[in-house]
Design a protein around this ligand. Structure first.
Ligand code: CO
Length: 165
């Protein structure tokens, strides 16, 4: 998606694949007992994300992934989610070509943004949209590898830990 000079990014007619679906779990090892040992999925490494007070693991499924999210800090948003709603579905992440242009277009269309600019996620530049604007679903966007936000947010040569192809 390119921004015509002086104009707005074009209307969004489609997004790319579902990059991942995130599930909040109480205890990572117990959750892997289901997703890895019973379903037979092959998890990547368990990665701490201290800034968000969580640790995560991605499990590839076809062209998408399950993201397991375990809170490690009782004051984090995910910990509050777990305390009030229990384990379960947390967010869906769509892949887009140009995340900054997409956020601009969504704001024009009246979508409430949690992140007004892309920030570095574990797997690439990400931004969240408010569930109030998405029919109750927390939506994450991630920029496809090679997009413009990668150069701005990551050192040259950075590659997502378990990027698929
Ligand atoms: Co996510």
């Amino acid at each position: 998606m390119t921004m015509p000079s002086g104009g707005l990014p074009p209307t969004i007619h489609h997004v790319g694949r579902v990059h991942h679906v995130a599930v909040v779990v109480r205890e990572m090892d117990a959750a892997l007992g289901f997703y890895r040992d019973i379903l037979g999925l092959a998890p990547g490494p368990v990665v701490p994300i201290p800034g968000d007070g969580v640790r995560i693991a991605f499990l590839p499924v076809g062209e998408t992934r399950i993201e397991l999210v375990q809170p490690t800090d009782a004051t984090s948003g995910v910990a509050r989610f777990l305390a009030t709603r229990g384990e379960g579905f947390h967010h869906v992440c769509f892949e887009v070509v140009d995340i900054a242009a997409t956020l601009t277009r969504l704001a024009v269309d009246g979508v409430e943004l949690i992140d007004t600019a892309p920030r570095p996620g574990a797997e690439g530049p990400v931004a969240f949209l408010h569930p109030r604007s998405c029919h109750g679903v927390l939506v994450e966007l991630i920029e496809a590898p090679g997009g413009p936000a990668w150069d701005a947010l990551y050192p040259a040569g950075f590659r997502a830990p378990d990027a698929l192809g």
